[in-house]
Design a protein around this ligand. Structure first.
Ligand code: CO
Length: 209
């Protein structure tokens, strides 16, 4: 699709929305009040608002390859800080997905590319949980479990940031969740991870150990 077509599609989209709701853009341009921060994969098939059927304005997002929260990543940390301190989101969702190319690449161990440095974080998770992963029969099962373990690890990483700890200490209500998206049927699976205070985070760390 040539880039000109994107401009045309944008015009049509804006016109259709304005016909439906003449105040839409003036309302949107005033402010954003999202209740959710979504930390997901850059994969083009997992767009946050679409898969939970919410309109623009409802979810603040951060995407990177394989939805990783790294403590030296100023980009991700800034998003989390802005979401918590300025937008005052109530829910932080770490959303992984099955069939993630980043997860696969992390275990494939191919040549050195820049992305390998990023994926090292996932290779570390694989190493920590190797016994559990090796007990599975198929490669697909192993990759699926690794995608889930990655979500679990990144939920813990969100909870370890000074920003969220400060928020909890000051009594701000914010809960961190871990979900995974099943590409094959469009369903979100709840991984049962819900953390809304420092005490609960300790439980997650104990489960990991
Ligand atoms: Co992915």
């Amino acid at each position: 699709m040539p880039i000109d077509e994107l401009f045309q599609r944008n015009k049509d989209w804006a016109a259709a929305l304005t016909r439906e709701d003449p105040e839409y853009f003036s309302r949107m341009s005033k402010d954003q009040r999202p209740e959710y921060l979504w930390i997901g994969c850059s994969d083009s098939r997992v767009p946050a608002t679409q898969i939970v059927d919410l309109p623009p304005g409802k979810i603040f997002v951060h995407y990177n390859i394989a939805n990783v929260v790294v403590h030296s990543d100023l980009n991700c940390l800034s998003v989390i800080q802005y979401a918590i301190e300025t937008l005052k989101v109530k829910h932080i969702i770490v959303a992984g997905h099955y069939g993630c190319g980043g997860i696969r690449a992390a275990v494939e161990n191919k040549e050195n590319r820049m992305i390998d440095n990023w994926l090292r974080h996932i290779a570390d998770i694989e190493r920590i949980h190797r016994a559990k992963l090796d007990a599975l029969e198929t490669e697909e099962q192993r990759l699926n479990l690794l995608a889930e373990l990655n979500v679990q690890e990144q939920v813990a990483n969100v909870c370890r940031t000074s920003v969220i700890r400060r928020a909890w200490e000051s009594g701000q209500e914010v809960t961190v969740y871990g979900l995974i998206y099943e590409m094959a049927n469009g369903q979100l699976k709840d991984l049962g991870l819900r953390v809304n205070g420092i005490g609960q985070m300790t439980e997650i760390q104990q489960q990991e150990g």
